[in-house]
Design a protein around this ligand. Structure first.
Ligand code: SF4
Length: 488
């Protein structure tokens, strides 16, 4: 229960464990992932956001064998026309500047009428989800002048977990691996969970590094924090907001303008917000934002079909997206200090966590200290802009994974981080891996009290439970567990 392996000592061990499971899978089911379920594809906005972030890489091979290197990811288009503008792409070594269109399917180009629309004549690259099989019909991409456009078919297995439709979790019941896990030696279970936790943290660190490589470290940190502030329901929308208003651009403005830009692009400064404002204080606050937003509106307001769609149902008042955007604005306004805390290499491990935690918990805002939303009546008690649960998740999900690859000694501080509040995936993971009677629940609590332990359980859940379509019958995890202790 210690998680003591130095980082990244156990990353490879879990990766090798996974590779062995895949190789030993007699049916080949896990290796040959089926195509994405067409009834539940990756949302197009997410595909676009992940492309633009640089998570999918910047070097590819085109459908007709062209070498493709993205030199500049450009900007989100807020109006009509292709998704991204001012993009730089080298095709077979020749630099082309123009636009990029990202669709879920190749055929969407013609179905959406782009081939006849001169607004798409600047497109230099059309991206969609592959694979293109030999027997599948080929849909070419041509502009209104009948010029062929280079196509890039992305590998869907890098984007989605195809066998499990989006949003649907495996059954909440004891799994077949609960018995071998119960009889596993504590040291072996500890080393398995340590390896799974390190592997998960390593994957998050790699994603962060890819975004930093495509843009820069500040932008990667800003986008990752925005995403984490979006919590479960609004992660993607917050990430896109951070992409549409990059940090470097926001920081060229005054603090009140930054806040106005974030609220305006988020869609929170329309007339209905004024009409339904909670009180005079809310109206004054909105007017202050509007006084700056109107100057930038023409340049930044998204067109009707590019507006951000916030999810409000099931969101607790303290997690309302308006509060999250306010928290992001407060963070941007104090970015230099935040970045210093995160990158400070001169402090002891425990002091690093304390410094970052105190900074985040200390973010303040006059209006949001007493209001849950723009419409809600003032709260009697003061409200933290970033509450303790969110601070812990920012540390565990973003800041430690971003920092540890460069400062592996922080791994020991990460081990101290208390567990997060329960979510549905974690509840199911604990139930499936440990069981449901009282003694099982005690063991589950014993092995999931810390953040790293929860991350380890979620990694096993993702690698096996989410990939399993046999109600545990064909899952190779229980049999492979016997091997784990013997490898030492
Ligand atoms: S799918 Fe595999 S890992 Fe998940 S509960 Fe069943 S046996 Fe365990």
């Amino acid at each position: 229960m210690n998680g003591t392996n130095d980082y990244p000592g156990a990353v490879d061990r879990y990766a090798e464990f996974l590779a062995r499971v895949f190789d030993s899978d007699p049916s080949g089911r896990l290796r040959e992932l089926p195509l994405p379920d067409p009834s539940a594809p990756i949302p197009e906005l997410e595909l676009q956001a992940r492309w633009f972030a640089g998570e999918l890489g910047r070097e590819f091979t085109g459908v007709d064998g062209e070498t493709i290197e993205v030199t500049q990811f450009g900007h989100w288009n807020r109006g009509e026309g292709p998704d991204f503008t001012e993009v730089g792409v080298k095709i077979d070594g020749e630099l082309r500047r123009g636009a990029v269109e990202v669709d879920l399917e190749a055929r969407s180009w013609e179905e959406h009428g782009h081939g006849a629309n001169p607004a798409f004549d600047e497109v230099v690259l059309h991206i969609f989800l592959g694979p293109l099989t030999a027997d599948a019909p080929r849909f070419h991409t041509r502009d209104s002048r009948h010029r062929g456009i280079v196509q890039l078919a992305l590998d869907p297995s890098k984007l989605v977990r195809p066998s499990r439709p989006w949003g649907r979790l495996p059954e909440a019941r004891r799994g077949r691996c609960a018995t071998p896990l119960r009889y596993m030696r504590p040291n072996d279970l500890d080393s398995l969970l340590t390896a799974a936790a390190q592997y998960r943290l390593h994957q998050k660190g790699k994603r962060f590094a890819a975004i930093a490589e495509a843009h820069n470290e500040n932008q990667a940190l800003y986008q990752a924090v925005a995403e984490a502030l979006g919590y479960r329901h609004n992660k993607l929308v917050m990430a896109v907001l951070a992409q549409r208003l990059p940090l470097a651009m926001l920081r060229r403005h005054d603090p009140i303008e930054r806040e106005a830009l974030l609220f305006g692009v988020a869609g929170f400064l329309d007339a209905s917000q004024f009409e339904n404002a909670a009180d005079d204080e809310a109206r004054r606050y909105l007017k202050g934002l509007w006084d700056h937003w109107w100057k930038h509106r023409a340049e930044h307001e998204p067109g009707a079909d590019r507006r951000l769609a916030w999810k409000l149902s099931g969101t607790r008042p303290t997690n309302h997206p308006q509060r999250r955007v306010a928290a992001l604005a407060a963070l941007v306004n104090d970015w230099t200090k935040f970045r210093q805390r995160v990158t400070d290499t001169g402090v002891a491990k425990g002091a690093w966590t304390k410094g970052v935690r105190e900074f985040l918990a200390g973010l303040e805002h006059d209006y949001w200290r007493h209001h849950y939303t723009l419409k809600a009546s003032p709260s009697k008690k003061p409200l933290a802009l970033v509450g303790p649960d969110r601070v812990r998740d920012l540390l565990g999900n973003v800041l430690f994974p971003a920092a540890i690859p460069g400062r592996p000694e922080l791994w020991n501080a990460y081990l101290e981080l208390p567990g997060s509040v329960e979510n549905e995936s974690l509840r199911r993971a604990r139930l499936r891996l440990f069981g449901e009677n009282e003694a099982d629940r005690d063991r589950a609590a014993q092995w999931s009290g810390r953040y790293w332990q929860q991350q380890a359980l979620l990694q096993v859940f993702a690698d096996f439970c989410l990939e399993d379509a046999s109600e545990c019958d064909e899952c190779p995890f229980p049999e492979q567990l016997k091997q784990w202790g013997r490898d030492d």
